[in-house]
Design a protein around this ligand. Structure first.
Ligand SMILES: [Zn+2]
Length: 246
């Protein structure tokens, strides 16, 4: 317990230079039981994103994975190299083959992932994704319109999770998934989460979910029989343009 640290020593002006103990958990230095209770609950472990991060309508494992990705604690190829347990001959990204697979590259700057981001940033008029995961849940989220943040949280988590699944499919199953198929998966995932939301939360994300539903019908109807490969321009650009202009 850092009780001693809560009591900070200050000079009391006008009291012949005497020092006194001051309760640092309140602005005026007064001891309040409530302030100590709050300290016990989250003191020392307060995280700037925890307030909104865990109150999300997505499954816990996806929440947790996003948290680990944000903390750079997942088994990306660069982290495997650091641990000396990368079984692949290289740490180069398996989706674009042009850079080392770090969490920042994999989820934000990879040209393959970027096409998924481009689709959703156009559709919902979101800011361009940052280059660092450390910015994703900080400055970037703050740049999103406040009314859109609850939906945006879900979107980011679904995107990051699906990119990870695609990357694993390529590494472990040699399976290639086109970009538009991933967008469809993200759309469907978001709709399934939406159907399980509380009534209060539904009201906050109803409008963007209508757009998701619409784009799902639109892209789905045009993707029947379509094939593509990783590295090709798989995103239906015309559809993105059309949807984003609505
Ligand atoms: Zn890449």
């Amino acid at each position: 317990m850092r009780l001693h640290g809560i009591l900070e020593t200050v000079c009391a002006r006008g009291a012949r230079g005497r020092t006194r103990k001051r309760w640092s958990l309140t602005g005026n230095g007064d001891v309040l039981v409530k302030s100590f209770y709050n300290f016990l609950i989250d003191g020392g472990t307060r995280c700037p994103v925890a307030k909104f991060f865990w109150h999300c309508a997505c499954p816990r494992k996806i929440n947790l994975f996003n948290w680990l990705a944000w903390k750079n604690k997942i088994l990306s190829l660069d982290n495997l190299v650091l641990r000396k347990c990368n079984k692949l001959p290289t740490a180069t990204c398996v989706m674009c083959h042009s850079d080392i697979e770090t969490v920042d590259h994999l989820f934000l700057t990879c040209s393959f992932t970027r096409r998924i981001w481009d689709y959703f940033t156009h559709l919902f008029r979101l800011p361009e994704p940052p280059g660092l995961m450390s910015s994703l849940w900080g400055p970037w989220r703050l740049a999103v319109q406040p009314a859109a943040r609850d939906f945006c949280d879900l979107l980011v988590k679904a995107l990051v999770w699906n990119v990870w699944l695609v990357r694993n499919d390529i590494i472990f199953n040699a399976t290639v998934v086109p970009v538009f198929a991933i967008i469809l998966k993200i759309d469907r995932m978001l709709l399934s989460w939406f159907s399980n939301c509380s009534v209060n939360f539904i009201g906050k994300i109803e409008e963007p979910m209508k757009s998701i539903s619409h784009s799902l019908e639109f892209i789905g109807s045009r993707s029947v029989g379509a094939t593509s490969e990783v590295g090709s321009d798989a995103t239906p650009a015309a559809e993105v343009q059309l949807l984003s202009s609505e």
